[in-house]
Design a protein around this ligand. Sequence first.
Ligand code: ADP
Ligand code: MG
Length: 710
Amino acid sequence: MKDVKRLLNTLESKILTYIHKKDYKQANIYLKKENSLIKFDKCANWLLSKLTLKPHVEKIMNKKHIYCIYDLLLTKPLRQEYYTQISSIVDATGYACVKGTVISKKFGNFYSITIDDGARLECKWFNRNNVLKHILKNIKVGSSVVCEGKISEFGLFKEMHHPKIKPLSSFKPHVDVVYPAFGNLKNTYIKKLVEQALSMSPKPPYDYLPVTAIARNKLPFLNEIFYALHKGKSLSDDLVWKRLKYDELFFMQLGLALEDQNKYESIKINADEDFLRTVQKNLPFELTVDQKKAIETILNDLETAQSSSILLQGDVGSGKTIVAFICALAVLKNNYQACFMLPTTNLALQTYSKAKAFFENYGFNVELLINTTKKKNDIFKAVEDFKVHCVIGTHALLNEKLVFKNLGFLVIDEQHRFGVDQRRIISDKGKSAYTLIMSATPIPRSLALAIYGKTKIFEMRSMPKNRKPVKTIHLTKSSEHKAFLHARQELINKHQVYVIFTLIEESQSKSEVDSLMGSFEEINQKYFSEFRCEFLHSKLSATQKDKIFHDFVKGNIDCLMSTTVVEVGIDNPNATVIIIEDADSYGLAQLHQLRGRVGRSDLDSYCYLITKDKISSLAKKRIDVLLSTNDGFEIAYQDLILRGSGEIYSTRQHGLPDLEFADILKDKELLEKAKSDIDELLKLNYPLNEGLLKMVEHKWQKKFSFARIV
Ligand code: ADP
Ligand code: MG
């Protein structure tokens, strides 16, 4: 094996030299040589072969997502118990083996054997049964035994519970591997399965990763990993984890890269610049620098057809909608259709009314498609006949009867609210449409790269000129009247107010709604009696909710008391105060989104965060972050630090399956390494071996639908 490794390293350094000299042809020759040394396909076939198991065992294994040898060999043992040398009872800690003379035995409520090596140790078994009894009966007082197990200390006394006990003469140093529970299967059974698989595991240089990736990242071979995982430490943990993480990230990035290669060519348009300049001039406001840049970037993509999707990240209120409108207009002008998909009915309604005013001005027809839309079939027909140019809607757009004549521009707002399948369905309605994804919850660039592959990322950081930062004030419950009195004053000045109560989920019980109703009435009477207030909660019908939103935005309602249903995107520039009750029960991003409902004009705005006197230190930190900054990017970053990547950027939420070994944020460097390795391999026309592709498919079969390009 050493020889093979040496040979591979020589080849690898040749490859790197040629890549450095930009002589890709030579590099490729050596890559192929390297490739021929590794029996990728054989290796992958073996790893992916199904385990032959009895039906009931198979069921248990499948529940744990173990289907093939590879899955089994990647099952992390819970722990390894080292019984490699005998220690004295006095020194023994943790998992240990000790020897001693049996000095007493008891068979009562539990079985007990005490041994002595100068100090004493009591071994106890609480699971009484005849087999165990028989074994223990055979151990004679006065004989020398070895006990293996975990030491528990009770003051000066040491005990072992359920140890393995055997005659001293049959002790052999060994490491016990303990696997997580698999239904009612015994650990010894799992061990046997793993042993069997291991014994057949092909020796290096069998692998599925290109050697060049293994060599340049100094990764161990596959077989070495399996032995390290299941047989104790022949490799350092770091190396084992590095390889496991790298593989996972490599597969993910390869999947993305292959999917990108498989993308349809994007539409190509001629943007009428004079016209678009006039359009911008006719707006009631001047676009921010970043809005202009975003439009320029997207139009440039559309004109050159070099890129077919973009992720537009911008804080709440940064004005993403108008960017989408102007670009859509340029596309409509080229005889294509446009489609906007939004996560809630209210957002769809709001966007629809703005879009109608905007596009119809230029002679384009706009239609709304939500669940309650009447005469859907008429709309479907009009879209297919190209009588409708722009469709705005919710999930209702996913209806298979919606077929575009010529979809060229697709906008998905707050896309993390849609599932992967939903996004795919909508994308399939316009295979060469340019896709604009808009998000107000920024994610770090590295993460975005990992998740969106080739999708461009544009960050809009500048806010519209007239915006003043929202003043944020933290009050405890006992002084919340200050907030309400201030809100009252704003109402007198003809501004509007939001009051947010803790989340009412769809599942909320009637009594909880009643109690919230009580708070609503109380506040209403105490502070806002002469104003028009409405209470928006989940028990209202969709139509009732829509009406309330509409009336609030129109100014027919002064104070909107609500649960977090207003969280996303509701735009009422005349609202100047938001009071958030029980602010400590929300996440940082959510609070920031809520706060973003105010401060949407040049009026001074205020956000009151009301909490109990005593709140957890984490909740306090969240509130402190909000008090200290209004910058959504900074808040997203702080959120990340406070909550860790797993939760907030739940990869699943963004459409990726959970990673088992790697953490996209913590292992950022390795991720970038995997990405650049793949870019290079693809650039070099590296012959992607069938085995590798099979592994990618196995790992990400649900996520990617790339074509085989061998
Ligand atoms: P978001 O990025 O949160 O989706 P919107 O697109 O809903 O923000 O814009 C929020 C509000 O700001 C809207 O009322 C919009 O008309 C207004 N707006 C957008 N751009 C500007 C600008 N450059 N100057 C002033 N107001 C703007
Ligand atoms: Mg928006």
